[in-house]
Design a protein around this ligand. Structure first.
Ligand SMILES: [Zn+2]
Length: 418
């Protein structure tokens, strides 16, 4: 906790005053602020409005909507801006406006304003004794608990994951970890399986408020087990490594798309999913229109525009040898144009059915020296390989992680199959 918290009880008021000193405190303080001074029913209850920020809303507009006069709202926003940039409010944020009269029957005054910025931060404004406003930024202390889930895949990894109660955001991360090597359209088969060990963040009341990092990611594809460990090297780089300390990161990914949304490759009948053949020199990923397409690797956009039967098309030059191309797009991500640099995993466009196409899908090509190549033959060197002291540190951390995973109580293990 930061600083000494002085709590002033206003007689009969719902809240105590704000902490003095540094404009930062923990959620414990917030709880103290929000706690009723006593349990007697107040003859002068506050009027509380819970609002959700909509697109185009400003803090001023929200407060006016909640009945706060403009002058008061302006003074409150001035105070808030000392700890938070009011223009940063975005759609979906929860804002609570509290008004209260000095005496029963008096006009309502702005008493408090709370902005839930994210799971870690809340901004709280209170009227002070002198009739002015004070705002603080409150940081929630979150604790991480490790949970594990896994299951057998019957139709898609996404469905199996949801069945095992793995949050969508964790599944998306899991897929991205494996997307360097796995073609999520074709490599996943019925009875393959997955297991994920990840952190769940809890607030001080014990409620799960967010998902943290994936610590161990495992997929068993056609009997081949791939088990990867999150590791932060001394230079601060976070990556996933196999048991021998080899990073799975590569210069190009095999699945350059939000893999959770890929229509399952098996059991589909409506339109055949083409893999790389002599006739078809690319890889198709069937996914709903609008699914984000990622740049497969770092590079410079060489072309972004209409390209005949390919429709809306992007080509990235990665180095002197490799290029990747993306066709039948619905459109381009903002700022994607010729000459622009892109990072690996950056959204460059969206799945569509432009050009000569039978339905929404991404046609992806990897070009080596100008010729399309089968991604299966793409033998890119793996990323970083840990050695010496780095490797020893990794192996020690991996051992501890495995021990922790093995010790997870049965109640926290879930299993499911879709
Ligand atoms: Zn194709």
């Amino acid at each position: 906790m930061l600083g000494v918290i002085a709590i002033t009880i206003i007689a009969g008021a719902l809240w105590a005053g704000l902490p003095s000193g540094p404009a930062k405190a923990t959620e414990t303080t917030a709880a103290a602020i929000a706690a009723p001074a006593n349990s007697e029913p107040s003859p002068n209850p506050p009027v509380i409005r819970n609002l959700v920020v909509a697109r185009g809303d400003t803090l001023m507009a929200l407060m006016v909507k909640a009945g706060v006069p403009r002058g008061e709202a302006y003074a409150a926003i001035t105070a808030v801006s000392k700890v938070y940039e009011p223009r940063d409010i975005k759609p979906g944020l929860r804002v609570t406006v509290t008004r209260r009269a000095n005496e029963p029957g008096d006009p309502l005054l702005l008493w408090g304003l709370d902005i839930d910025v994210d799971v870690r931060q809340r901004v709280a404004l209170r009227r002070d004794d002198a009739g002015g406003f004070r705002a603080v930024s409150l940081e929630r202390a979150l604790t991480a608990r490790v949970v594990q889930a896994g299951g057998v895949i019957k139709s898609s990894l996404y469905l199996a994951g949801r069945r095992a109660e793995v949050p969508a955001a964790v599944l998306a991360k899991l897929i991205r970890i494996f997307s360097f090597d796995v073609d999520f359209q074709r490599d996943v088969q019925p009875d393959d399986s997955f297991e994920v060990t990840y952190e769940r963040l809890h607030d001080e009341a014990g409620a799960a408020v967010a998902e943290g990092a994936i610590l161990i990611a495992e997929m068993v594809l056609s009997g081949k087990r791939m088990r990867l460990y999150r590791h932060v090297t001394e230079d601060g780089e976070t990556d996933y490594y196999d048991a021998r300390g080899r990073s799975v990161r590569k210069a190009l990914v095999v699945t350059p798309i939000d893999g959770a949304r890929i229509s399952s490759g098996f059991g589909r009948r409506r339109h055949p999913i083409l893999g790389y053949t002599k006739m078809h020199r690319g890889t198709d990923f069937a996914a709903p229109r609008g699914t984000p397409v990622y740049g497969a690797g770092r590079g410079v956009i060489e072309r972004a525009g209409r390209n005949g039967a390919f429709g809306h098309y992007i080509r990235i030059r990665h180095n002197g040898t490799y290029k990747t191309a993306y066709a039948h797009l619905k459109g381009y991500a903002r700022g994607v144009k010729r000459g622009k640099r892109v990072k690996q995993g950056q959204v460059i466009g969206y799945v569509g059915s432009s050009g000569r196409s039978t339905g929404p899908h991404l046609h992806y090509e990897i070009l080596r020296n100008g010729k399309q190549i089968n991604p299966k033959r793409l033998n890119l060197p793996s990323g970083r390989i840990l050695k010496g002291a780095d490797l020893a540190r990794f192996q020690a951390a991996r051992g501890a992680l495995e021990e922790r995973a093995a010790g997870l109580p049965g109640a926290q293990r879930t299993a499911g199959a879709d």
